[in-house]
Design a protein around this ligand. Structure first.
Ligand code: ATP
Length: 250
C-alpha cells in the first residue's frame, strides 16, 4: 500500500530547477532507497518529504505530495505535526550536548509530556527499538557525546522514534560510520521496517541492494527509474540506470 504519493513535484532553488516533475509512490512498511550521482537531487527530495526545504530561502515547490490522504503542501498543514509523523535522521550523528536520557526525552517533553513514568517508558521503548538499550541502560545520565559514532547514530534514531513517527527519513545515515557500526544500523533498518515506512539516501549500491525493497534512481533532478530493488540491480529498463548500478557511469 502506498504511504506517500508524489504527483508532478517540481522544486526550484531560485532559478535552478532541482527536482523535475517527480511522480513516485512510496510503499508502507518498506525500505525505499534513493540512489544517484552527487547533486542529482536525492537530499532535496528526501527533505521535501517532511517540508524541511521550507526553511531555505528562495525555494519554490509545485505539485502534490500525499501522506496517506493529506496533501502535505496545502497551506493549512501544520508543519510541526507533519514532522512528528515524518521523522528524520541525518548523515552525521548529531546528538544534543545532553545526557542520553535527555536526548530521547527532548521531543516528548516539547510535546508536553511531563510525567517521569511516561518519559521513562518512552525512553526505554525508543532505545530498545533502536537496539541501543542494552548498551546504555546503566548510564542514561551520562553525556550522549561519550558514545561511539555508531551508538550516537542509533541514539539519533531513538530520538526520532520517541515521537512515534510513521515514516523515517534517513539521509546517508551510515556514511560517517565504520563497517561494523554500518551493519548494525542496516540490521536495525531491517527490524524497523516491520513498523515504519523508511526512505534512505545512500551512495552505496551494496547498501541499497542489501537493505531496500524498492530503489529509485535519480539523475539531474529527474527520477529515471523506480522499481523493486532486485529489478533495478539485475534488469533495469533504462540504460542510464544500468550504467549507474554497474559503475560505468561517467
Ligand atoms: N540550498 C540550496 N540552494 C541552492 N541550490 C541548492 C541548495 N541545496 C542543493 N542545491 C543544489 O541542488 C542540486 C541537488 O542537490 P542535492 O543536495 O539534493 O543532491 P544530492 O543528490 O543529495 O547530492 P549528494 O549526493 O552530493 O548529497 C545540486 O545541484 C545542489 O547544488
Amino acid at each position: 500500500m502506498s504511504k506517500i504519493s508524489v504527483k508532478d513535484l517540481n522544486l526550484h532553488y531560485g532559478s535552478f530547477h532541482a527536482l523535475k516533475n517527480i511522480n513516485l509512490d512510496i510503499c508502507e512498511r518498506e525500505v525505499t532507497a534513493l540512489i544517484g550521482p552527487s547533486g542529482c537531487g536525492k537530499s532535496t527530495f528526501i527533505r521535501s518529504l517532511n517540508r524541511m526545504n521550507d526553511l531555505i530561502d528562495g525555494v519554490k515547490i509545485d505539485g502534490e505530495m500525499f501522506l496517506e490522504d493529506q496533501d502535505i503542501y496545502q497551506p493549512d498543514v501544520d508543519v510541526v505535526s507533519l514532522r512528528r509523523r515524518v521523522g528524520m535522521v541525518f548523515q552525521s550523528p548529531n546528538p544534543f550536548r545532553k545526557s542520553i536520557y535527555e536526548n530521547v526525552a527532548y521531543g516528548p517533553r516539547r510535546y508536553g509530556i511531563k510525567s517521569r513514568n511516561q518519559l521513562d517508558e518512552i525512553i526505554e521503548r525508543s532505545l530498545r527499538e533502536a537496539a541501543l538499550w542494552e548498551e546504555v541502560k546503566d548510564r542514561l545520565k551520562s553525556s550522549a557525546l561519550g558514545l561511539s559514532g555508531g551508538q550516537q547514530q542509533r541514539l539519533c534514531i531513538a530520538r526520532a522514534l520517541a515521537m512515534e513517527p510513521e515514516v523515517l527519513l534517513m539521509d546517508e545515515p551510515t556514511s560517517a560510520l565504520d563497517p561494523i557500526a554500518t551493519s548494525r544500523i542496516e540490521e536495525l533498518i531491517d527490524q524497523l521496517k516491520k513498523e515504519y515506512t523508511i526512505v534512505i539516501v545512500t551512495h552505496s549500491m551494496q547498501q541499497a541492494a542489501r537493505i531496500s525493497d524498492k530503489t529509485v534512481f535519480f539523475l539531474m533532478g529527474e527520477v529515471i527509474e523506480a522499481d523493486d530493488t532486485q529489478v533495478i540491480f539485475t534488469s533495469p529498463r533504462d540504460q542510464r540506470t544500468e550504467d549507474y548500478v554497474t559503475g560505468r557511469f561517467g
